[in-house]
Design a protein around this ligand. Structure first.
Ligand SMILES: *[C@@H]1O[C@H](CO)[C@@H](O)[C@H](O)[C@H]1NC(C)=O
Ligand SMILES: *[C@@H]1O[C@H](CO)[C@@H](O)[C@H](O)[C@H]1NC(C)=O
Length: 405
């Protein structure tokens, strides 16, 4: 079989489409950042794009135009974006032992309203999605039904997405969007190198966290925006997951510089600059374990970015159903990400690995203060997750009896 896998490698490297939604992703990040205070952030730009693509399939007129405009699809011929989204999700959808990515996107429609067969056909074709019907007047039962559907699609990592209060007797259509990712690092951290470590938050306080450590070959670069806006030089580290298609990029300001002063410079072309300029080299990495989870009200976020029409009674979703009075009442996304030594829960040892810090031979990335991250597909530039860690996994002093480094 070696020749077969070689063939599939060659085919994969010939992929010639790439994501065009990074501008949208960055704008959404900035919106969450403004609303987010000192909280961690996590969302999935690709998953939002897919969910909006599903709505766009059923939209016409201004409803359709706003989605194309905001997602950055205007330079494509009409309809080509569906094939693009299909290809982008196919490029990240994975289900082997090393890497699991699950999208759970669906439209839930009031029972008794009929969809156009053509719309259902296209939903299956491009998004492999079924449309589900529910009776929104039974709000508690609907919440339970949707939540268990999402739970089932995400290995139970995303629970309690919606509650009965999310629906009213006039709800007709709800957009549900969840994503789950589990990846193994190409270079795993050795659990016995994990230690308790102080993490300095941007407000000046300190928390104890489990800090993972390794020296390994990664993609690394130092950048500066020229001005002092970002506090001068900052580091970018890209750590591939098994298979090297997916990677996590960590953007870390200098120790004394708060993440808040780096965030304003983050723009779509800069993401590309980072990706194109990090170089493979040996790096010494200290990265805290972390778990981030966030539920986003997409309705208010998307309205702020220019997608308004689908949420009003002026919405034109006439490609979806014949009824003219349909609009989206509720749109939520919940994303969950857990970063550990290997990607799955790993036991933390307390062995005695001496960390020699007298002589620093390689660049050192010490993520003991807030950082920005993206998880992306390195071939298509799709952004699976974007977010920041302001507080990593906090441990109480008595949880483990590690020595501090
Ligand atoms: C999606 O992939 C197919 C098969 O590789 C290709 O023919 C098509 O042009 C791609 N679509 C876009 C929008 O890139
Ligand atoms: C969960 O999903 C699987 C496969 O998608 C399906 O066969 C099963 O019936 C689902 N279970 C529930 C409780 O929905």
């Amino acid at each position: 079989l070696p020749s077969l896998s070689l063939l599939s490698k060659i085919l994969l490297s010939a992929i010639c489409f790439s994501d065009t939604t990074s501008e949208f992703s960055v704008r959404l990040y900035h919106q969450l950042q403004v609303a987010g205070g000192q909280d961690n952030i996590i969302f999935s730009p690709l998953s939002v794009a897919v969910a909006l693509g599903m709505v766009e399939l059923g939209a016409r007129g201004a409803s359709l135009a706003e989605i194309r405009q905001t997602l950055g699809f205007n330079h494509l011929l009409p309809g080509v974006e569906f094939s693009l989204l299909q290809n982008l999700t196919a490029a990240v959808s994975n289900d082997d032992a090393h890497c699991v990515i699950r999208f759970a996107n669906s439209l839930f429609l009031q029972e008794g309203i009929a969809f156009n067969p053509e719309f259902l056909h296209l939903m299956r074709k491009y998004f492999r999605a079924q449309v589900e019907t529910v009776d929104f007047s039974q709000s508690a039962a609907v919440a339970e039904q949707i939540n268990s559907w999402v739970e089932n699609q995400t290995e139970s990592k995303i629970r309690e997405l919606l509650s009965a209060e999310d629906f009213s007797s006039v709800t007709r259509l709800t957009l549900v969007n969840a994503i789950y990712f589990r990846g193994s690092w190409k270079n795993q951290f050795r659990p016995e190198n994990t230690r308790t470590f102080s993490f300095s938050k941007d407000d000046g306080s300190e928390v104890q966290t489990l800090m993972m450590y390794q020296q390994g070959d990664f993609y690394y670069g130092e950048f500066s925006d020229g001005s002092q806006e970002a506090g001068g030089v900052y580091q970018v580290l890209e750590m591939p997951y098994e298979g090297e298609d997916m990677s996590m990029m960590i953007v870390l300001p200098r120790q004394e510089v708060p993440l808040a002063s780096l965030e304003p410079i983050i723009k779509a072309p800069l993401l590309e600059e980072w990706a194109n300029n990090v170089k493979r080299q040996k790096v010494e990495v200290y990265l805290p374990r972390f778990k981030v989870e966030q539920k986003i009200d997409l309705k208010s976020s998307l309205q702020g970015l220019g997608i308004k029409n689908i949420f009003t009674s002026d919405a034109d979703l006439s490609a979806m159903t014949d009824g003219k009075d349909l609009y989206i009442e509720k749109a939520v996304q919940k994303a969950y990400l857990e970063v550990t030594e290997e990607g799955a829960e790993g036991a933390v040892g307390s062995g005695m690995i001496a960390l020699t810090r007298t002589l620093v031979l390689y660049p050192q990335v010490m993520a003991d203060h807030p950082f920005f991250f993206i998880i992306r597909n390195r071939r298509t530039a799709s952004i699976l997750f974007m977010g920041r860690v302001m507080t990593p996994e906090v441990i109480e002093p008595n949880d483990h009896d590690f020595d501090s480094i």
